[in-house]
Design a binder for this molecule. Structure first.
Ligand SMILES: Nc1nc2c(ncn2[C@@H]2O[C@H](COP(=O)(O)OP(=O)(O)OP(=O)(O)O)[C@@H](O)[C@H]2O)c(=O)[nH]1
Length: 408
């Protein structure tokens, strides 16, 4: 009888230990303020088609695979007696979305530029289609371009080039006119600028993308969308929620990550952003992921405060892995104000690319031209909606086609 009771007790202990392992495997967030954080850097569980290997087959520690990350093995304080547990299976509700690859997204989304198209594209085509263009007509062309935030210098360039082609314009068919306008707009959009994103591993370490910008510009949403772009393109990712100013921002990011099975490292509200960024990159290095994307706080306090904070994040991160891309997120609907804010960031940190969000909500799509010209930094990604995959790599010609319309 005594033996039977002891045997039942052992089986119960083993079952409890086994269950705690299975529950732990579902977590995808590392909280720096979590007592259980040690040993719980649990990440993207395997997709349902490939159930996790039995514990004895998995390597110790977290490593990356093509599909995502293998979970780290939690270390039990006291090893339970060996029991014959069935192999762990993925939780049925843990089904991750597989976002579409980023290539060709702008073609799909260019109709979202409808507001700019009706004011800029249609406005220009209407004037240029007139039989004989007078000075008033050319002034109208100029005003239309300026109203769309194309900027003075680029407007002048476009008008000058169109005027030299007046003879061509006089006999052009509507299709010719469209083609000509697309060509001229593409020319001021910097078709030769390097817009590749620095997300690749370098010297055996993950690429690190810092995302900066004013709160409300769509920064956190953009980090989530970038994670989807990268996962869609077959990369493994870790997210860092270093915007500790607003707790909801970390929750928001965590949700974005969870949808595609990406780990989010976060800290307590008000925690040191640099320590969260450090921990995120450390986790990415250990897990051998391709890219770590770090969301930062963007409150516009004093310029020196911002410089100190972003400078510290960069320094701390680079103790482990080089920052390969610093993206500045700007709200396209804020026009010239956005450019003034942008300058504060570009003087604080070496920005390598701009993400222009909310281009779907503005008639001033020409802002892309002025942002690039005034900041001297290429626009690399554009936001064209609130949907999860409404972020596209920027392609000048496709964008110009979207502005002019008639290509769909
Ligand atoms: N229409 C549209 N809305 C967008 C786009 N990008 C972001 N948004 C919306 O902009 C709002 C603000 O986005 P957040 O990501 O919370 O902004 P944030 O800059 O991170 O702000 P904080 O979290 O306060 O730092 C959200 O409602 C987003 O859905 C876009 O390209 N188009």
């Amino acid at each position: 009888m005594e033996f039977v009771l002891i045997a039942i007790a052992i089986v119960l202990v083993a079952l409890v230990a086994g269950l705690s392992l299975l529950v732990g495997r579902g977590r995808r967030t590392t909280r720096l303020d979590d007592d259980a954080a040690a040993g719980t850097t649990l990440t993207r569980p395997r997709p349902p088609s490939a159930p996790p290997a039995p514990p004895e087959d998995r390597p110790a520690g977290a490593t990356a695979s093509g599909q995502g990350l293998a979970p780290a093995e939690p270390v039990a304080p006291e090893a339970p007696p060996p029991v014959d547990l069935p192999p762990a299976v993925a939780e049925p509700d843990l089904v991750f979305e597989t976002p579409p690859p980023s290539a060709g997204r702008l073609v799909r989304l260019r109709s979202r530029l409808a507001r700019s198209q009706s004011s800029l594209g249609r406005g220009l085509l209407t004037v240029l289609a007139r039989e004989r263009l007078t000075e008033d007509d050319w002034e109208e062309v100029e005003e239309t371009l300026l109203a769309a935030d194309v900027g003075v210098a680029a407007t002048q360039q476009i008008v000058d080039r169109l005027r030299t082609q007046s003879l061509v314009l006089a006999t052009a068919t509507p299709a010719d006119l469209r083609a000509l306008l697309v060509r001229e707009l593409t020319a001021v959009l910097g078709p030769d600028l390097d817009r590749s994103l620095g997300t690749d591993r370098r010297e055996g370490r993950p690429g690190v993308v810092l995302v900066v910008g004013v709160n409300g510009a769509g920064k956190t949403t953009t980090v989530g969308k970038i994670a989807r772009v990268l996962v869609g393109d077959g990369r493994s990712v870790v997210l860092g929620a270093a915007d500790t100013f607003r707790a909801a921002a970390a929750d928001q990011l965590e949700t974005w990550g969870e949808r595609v099975g990406v780990l989010t490292v976060r800290g307590r509200e008000g925690a040191d952003p640099a320590s969260v960024a450090f921990e995120a990159v450390r986790t990415g290095v250990e897990a051998e992921v391709d890219t770590v994307v770090v969301d930062t706080a963007g409150r516009l306090h004093t310029k020196s405060g911002l410089m100190d904070e972003l400078g510290k994040i960069k320094r701390v991160v680079e103790k482990q892995s080089p920052v390969t891309e610093t993206l500045l997120v700007l709200d396209a609907t804020t026009g010239q104000n956005g450019i003034v804010q942008a300058r504060v960031f570009t003087s604080a940190v070496d920005v390598t690319g701009v993400v222009l969000t909310k281009l779907d909500g503005t008639a001033k799509g020409g802002i892309v031209v002025s942002v690039q010209r005034e900041l001297g930094i290429p626009v690399k990604l554009i936001g064209l909606g609130e949907g999860a995959d409404d972020l596209a790599p920027f392609e000048p010609e496709v964008f110009a086609e979207g502005l002019v319309g008639g290509a769909d």
